[in-house]
Write a protein that binds this ligand. Structure first.
Ligand code: NAD
Ligand code: 6OD
Length: 498
């Protein structure tokens, strides 16, 4: 049977319901909120806002699933089901693509290469990991000479609350749901209020492939005073995994303190890109260009501070300017579109306020700095110009605070020590991208910049087996490959006296 969202699409309107215990349900309160297209501001759907009854029902369903067929299912069967989820996402690729693009306005070329394929891949990788990662065992001597055997087993944490942002909705949600389910947990997902579509669609996929009811639940709504806070405060939720702003992470951590619940946080950043004069210049422009402007700058791993060694500084700024000015804003489906809109008018105002602040703080605007002129209905979208500044003090707010837009400041540097000091002079520690052909320097600088993820001569090149996460205020914990097992399972030691 088609889900309400599928029927809605057929009728030209979308209705996003909560997905609880295998069923699409409205809010008992009847409350809904509107979802608007960032491309042209038109309403594209209504979303049922979950209240306490829906959150309670989702928690009860998830807890029941943990004692029911999901809790007793063996790893081989679970992995088979997760492969089926991935295959079904791929079979319905166009539905997911259309839903993600409608919510975010991002170019189809980007979503079809990144968001949707990764949404599927996130299930397969962790289905493989759980089947292949061993646990430790120790034999020990005992006074009676018979000895004892210790071995560890992994137990699911239980019910995991998954709270997601809007910038890569399916990718970031499945990055957590994939390992959570592979490890045998049940989840309650709270997607961003800006991007309810793909999490809802995934409910239909779960039913289609036979994931037992209650294993995957979706509740819609906002953060404080709404579904997000209700979920994080619920004592039936055993652990919370969150991607979003650092300040939101702090609020969720306070909620998690009640009941001493475990948290995994992927938070904000103010990432530095470091370009040495000996780099492959064209590759560096291409890599930094993507790191600054991809997804309209709305990537947590993106670069807002670029440091360029002085001999190539002017040439680099000129080439990055050309790159920025070549990014044509436009409709997602238009092949010539190089830049989508920001997620919302509200976020557009935030980014614009930083564009104004940068000028006030003394920046020289190399390009951009405003809103592009769009015609027709596009004039109502959340568009923004790709922007480059030079000349700011390292201490300025523009250089310290995460903007989350298609913008960067470029600073010249003279020595390795100087650039390491500047790159590290931030409360964040998520990612960096380093461009050099000097192998020793690449290793040295990689070890010296305090972040969770370093790319050398590349950016956002992902091997899903590797540890992913942030240092300092950019996060708590690591996910990816075996590291996800640390959060999504409890390791239990069994000691058997022989
Ligand atoms: P956000 O923190 O505003 O919201 C994220 C989610 O948290 C949303 O679903 C929101 O409804 C919910 N929420 C807000 N307040 C809450 C509360 N008090 N209790 C419970 N839930 C609450 O973030 P955003 O604006 O959606 O996303 C952009 C941010 O996410 C940026 O700071 C970006 O750097 C960060 N991010 C980090 C990573 C990473 O891997 N480190 C990845 C993507 C995005
Ligand atoms: O690639 C990933 O697994 C990941 N979590 C990417 C995060 C991107 C932030 O916007």
């Amino acid at each position: 049977m088609n889900s309400p969202i599928e029927k809605g699409v057929q009728q030209g309107v979308r209705q996003y319901l909560n997905f609880i215990n295998g069923e699409f349900v409205a809010a008992r309160s009847g409350k809904t909120f509107e979802n608007r297209s960032p491309v042209d501001g038109r309403p594209i759907g209504t979303v049922a806002e979950a209240g306490a009854p829906e959150v309670d029902a989702a928690v009860a369903a998830a807890r029941a699933a943990m004692v029911g067929p999901w809790g007793t299912m063996d790893i081989a069967k679970r992995s088979e089901l997760l492969y089926a989820v991935a295959d079904e996402i791929n079979r319905r690729f166009d539905d997911f693509l259309q839903a993600e693009v409608a919510d975010t306005g991002k170019p189809v070329s980007l979503a079809s290469h990144l968001d949707i394929p990764r949404g599927a891949a996130n299930f397969k990788i962790f289905a493989d990991v759980v089947k292949n990662v061993p646990t430790e065992s120790f034999q020990m001597a005992t006074p009676d000479g018979k000895g004892a055997l210790n071995y560890a087993i992994r137990i699911p944490k239980g019910v995991v609350g998954v709270i997601c942002p809007w910038n890569l909705p399916l990718l970031l949600m499945t990055w957590k749901v994939g390992p959570a389910l592979a490890c045998g947990n049940a989840v309650i997902v709270k997607p961003s209020e800006e991007t309810p579509a793909t999490a809802t669609l995934l409910g239909g996929v779960m039913n289609k492939v036979g994931i037992p009811q209650g294993v995957y639940n979706v509740i819609h709504g906002f953060g404080p005073g709404s579904a997000g806070e209700l979920l994080t405060r619920h004592d039936g939720v055993d652990a919370l995994t969150f991607t979003g702003e650092t300040a939101t992470g702090a609020a969720i951590m306070k909620a998690a303190a009640d009941g001493i619940r475990d948290v995994s946080f992927e938070l904000g950043g103010k990432n530095a890109g470091v370009v040495f004069a000996d780099c492959d210049f064209d590759a560096a422009i291409d890599g930094i260009g993507r790191a600054v402007f991809a997804n309209c700058g709305q990537v947590c791993l993106g670069t807002e501070r670029v440091y360029v060694e002085r001999p190539i500084f002017d040439k680099f700024v000129a080439a990055l300017k050309t790159r920025a000015e070549g990014l044509k804003p436009g409709r997602p489906e238009d092949k010539a579109t190089g830049l989508g809109p920001l997620i919302s008018k509200e976020h557009q105002q935030k980014v614009l306020s930083y564009y104004q602040l940068a000028v006030k703080e003394g920046a020289k605007v190399i390009t951009g700095g405003g809103v592009p002129k769009m015609t027709g209905d596009l004039a109502n979208g959340a568009w923004i110009e790709p922007t480059i500044w030079t000349g700011l003090a390292e201490t300025s707010r523009t250089m310290k605070e995460e903007i989350f837009g298609p913008c960067c400041h470029v600073t010249p540097f003279d020595t390795e020590d100087e650039v390491i000091r500047m790159a590290n002079d931030t409360k964040y520690g998520l990612a960096t991208t380093i461009w050099t052909t000097n192998l020793s320097r690449a290793h040295r600088v990689s070890a010296a910049i305090r972040v969770g993820i370093t790319w050398v001569n590349s950016w956002f090149l992902r091997d899903l087996r590797t540890p992913f996460g942030g240092s300092k205020q950019s996060g708590i914990g690591r996910e990816g490959g075996v590291h996800s097992l640390e959060f999504y399972t409890e390791l239990r030691n069994v000691c058997v006296k022989l």
